[in-house]
Design a protein around this ligand. Sequence first.
Ligand code: NAD
Ligand code: UGA
Length: 441
Amino acid sequence: MKVTTIGTGYVGLVTGACLAEMGNHVVCLDVNPDKIRVLNEGGIPIHEPGLDAVVARNVAAGRLQFTTDVDVAVNHGTILFIAVGTPPGEDGSADLQYVLAAARSIGQRMTDYKVVVDKSTVPVGTAEKVDAAIREELTKRGVPANFAVVSNPEFLKEGAAVEDFMKPDRIIVGSDDEQATLMMRALYAPFTRSHDRLMVMDVKSAEFTKYAANAMLATRISFMNELALLAEKVGADIELVRRGIGSDPRIGYQFLYAGAGYGGSCFPKDVKALVRTGREYGQELQVLNAVEEANDRQKQVLVDKVVARFGEDLAGKRFALWGLAFKPNTDDMREAPALAIIEGLTQRGAAIAAYDPVAMSEASRILSTNPGVSFCERAEHALADADALIIVTEWKEFRTPDFDRFKSDLKQPVVFDGRNLYEPMMMKTLGIEHHPIGRSG
Ligand code: NAD
Ligand code: UGA
């Protein structure tokens, strides 16, 4: 099939590359010429494990192309994925300007039947707006409307995006158009070979499902973070509690890790957007309000622990900080807890020596105006003469470090373990002062 992705970011690029991998001919469009130049020169503008090989293979096979030319892109695909950003507007609602601009660009050019797929995360009712925008442009041109708008939200996780796309738990297709549904089924058939994972539903339910999923996951995390704070106070161990409750299949083990708060381009914005949708319809989503508040507080928990240990005035103190990206295996810094933690510490006068395996260039761009932060080539370099180590992101390489270096390189062996990487008992045995989350250190 001929497919176009409009927007070549995390979702558009992964979608385009993985669909090309199954034999489709894909054109990926972006308005950002730098992104398209990098891709056309054989590079990948984001860090996403396994994506480079899929892209290279399909470009070489002539099935995957990148362009800034809207005419070429719209004419190419019979199925057009809109995969542009939907950032939060000032009031927290999803800003649809990029989605609607993409819709208009389709209406301004299309000449034959198109299935327009909302892949971006968009509030209930957006498909209708996309439909209206395309229709309006077609009317201006006097061209008959011959298209369907389908909702097909994406559930991939950054850092595991290719695997998630290739082996989806489910594929949601919201469609009221029989021909479009058949085409979506055919497009996704190679991804659902072992059993049918494609669910067809009405468009609004599909749009809502995406927000419900992210809100549910964010709720689990905030609730665990809240329980962790209480566990610390009462002397319980949140890791044991996690295993104790996760063993109940009604709860399950995944997404129950307490930590330094959730970040990323999606949970924070999607929680806000759903709260906003509730308000539009006169319903206050009280649980979600609390989820957001709890997360804002959680991003300060490591700062609070540092202040409790070293005092409110941190002038003259230096901290090693491991992990800047909002989660491992990505260079994405959007809403990363590390940013709030660095701000909280440097505002109090501390100096930060930071290290991340892949997010440092993005982090140094974002933090360029903060003179309190320096970046180190290697994790252990950050330890030199630091008053303590703060771990914010659980990269694998931090799991079994040379603990002797904590004792020889830090001024005192003090570790604030924001992702519960180390066992408190072991740290005690090693003589390292350990401050985990929700466990007695
Ligand atoms: P992104 O910022 O990485 O990429 C969006 C791209 O769209 C950018 O490169 C931008 O230049 C381009 N763009 C904007 N307007 C355009 C236009 N009119 N024509 C062509 N290109 C245009 O965003 P992302 O992380 O890929 O997210 C895209 C959508 O997918 C969002 O709604 C997001 O919530 C959703 N989503 C993201 C993830 C994720 O893990 N990142 C997962 C599931 C869903
Ligand atoms: C999340 C969802 O998991 C995807 O299904 C969804 O498609 C995506 O949002 C989206 O809509 O964009 P992502 O943001 O890439 O994916 O990353 P997650 O693995 O969900 O992690 C999000 C945040 O939650 C990270 O900061 C992570 O550290 C935190 N987290 C996750 C916890 O604190 N505890 C956990 O147990 C799990």
